[in-house]
Design a protein around this ligand. Structure first.
Ligand code: CP
Length: 303
């Protein structure tokens, strides 16, 4: 594998190798060794055509901890605004002897398109509603850390499945590792093809929570959402928002996740997001080690 374009293109052994490598990097970071000289001769461009906090900073930190040279490109402040194409933009960046491109783009398949048209390793940092592979990897890594294993676990992904690259990548990653996946949300936000992926559908949040070991609460993506997809935000919260009272009614303690950014009080209340059952900040912490592993493993094929 010379690129990371989606979980769809990985095998279980690839995920196992990424996690073993991430374990090593996490252990190194935990020993307060924040920088290793491993990728001193690699240059990486992070090119973001969409907003990001976690993914952008996490990749940059991961690259710097591996001692790679890093350049950051934000489309909104670039010559893309003057009409330059994606391929021209990236080829110009690559001519400065850049080895790897980490790209977030609003269009599904943008990373695949780029990988076929330029000579560099491409890492997909989220392409529209298609895939967000490193998010799914850090999510599974965090489940493994909290529950010991992903295999055999029951995971419900709640919310706007239709517009979610996190959902699709998580479904592929969880199933590869032997987890059972259910989605829960308004029917209008669940794509018709979802059951063909071996995923079950539940429209009652409480029933879904009774079933699961892990609940991954997604954000309502207002930026991608046509207003006709669901009633009001208040009605969404009443039916699909996770709160403390709901967790207390369960006969077990489930693990709560969220990829961020959180809309507090919409899909999850603060007392749940900030509780001991939540691994939301563990996910962010683990993102750096997982991305170090992904970059290290891809770079080892360049050198
Ligand atoms: N989880 C995630 O992708 O967050 P950002 O959009 O802030 O990168």
């Amino acid at each position: 594998v010379n690129h990371l374009l989606g979980i769809k293109y990985l095998k279980k052994k690839d995920i196992d190798l990424i996690f073993e490598t991430a374990d090593h990097f996490k252990e190194v970071i935990n020993r307060s060794i924040k920088k290793v000289p491993t990728l001193r001769d690699i240059t990486i461009a992070n090119i973001f055509f969409e907003n990001s906090t976690r993914t952008k900073l996490s990749f940059e930190l991961a690259e710097k901890r591996l001692s790679a040279d890093v350049i950051n490109f934000s489309a909104s402040q670039s010559s893309v605004k003057k009409g330059e194409t994606l391929i021209d933009t990236v080829n110009n960046i690559l001519s400065m002897k850049v080895d790897m491109v980490v790209m977030r783009h609003p269009n599904p398949g943008a990373g695949i398109f780029l990988s076929k048209n330029v000579k560099a390793a491409i890492v997909n940092a989220g392409d529209g509603a298609h895939e967000h592979p490193t998010q799914a990897l850090l999510d599974s890594y965090s489940i493994r850390e909290r529950l010991g294993d992903v295999g055999g676990k029951k995971v419900v992904i709640v919310g706007d499945i239709l517009h979610s690259r996190v959902a699709l990548s998580n479904i592929f990653a969880l199933q590869l590792q032997g987890a059972e996946v259910k989605v829960c949300g308004p029917k209008t936000l669940i794509p018709k093809y979802i059951e063909s992926l071996g995923v079950t559908v539940e429209t009652n949040l409480e029933k879904a929570l009774q079933w699961c070991d892990v609940a991954n609460m997604l954000r309502i993506q207002n930026e991608r959402l046509d207003i006709s997809y669901f009633p009001s935000t208040r009605e969404y919260t009443q039916q699909f928002g996770l709160n403390k009272a709901m967790l207390k009614r369960l006969d077990k303690e489930i693990v709560v996740m969220h990829p961020g950014p959180i809309n507090r009080g919409v899909e999850i209340t603060s007392d749940v997001a900030d509780s001991g059952q939540s691994i939301i900040l563990d996910q962010v912490e683990n993102g750096v080690a997982v991305r170090m592993a992904v970059i290290y493993l891809l770079a080892s094929k360049i050198k």
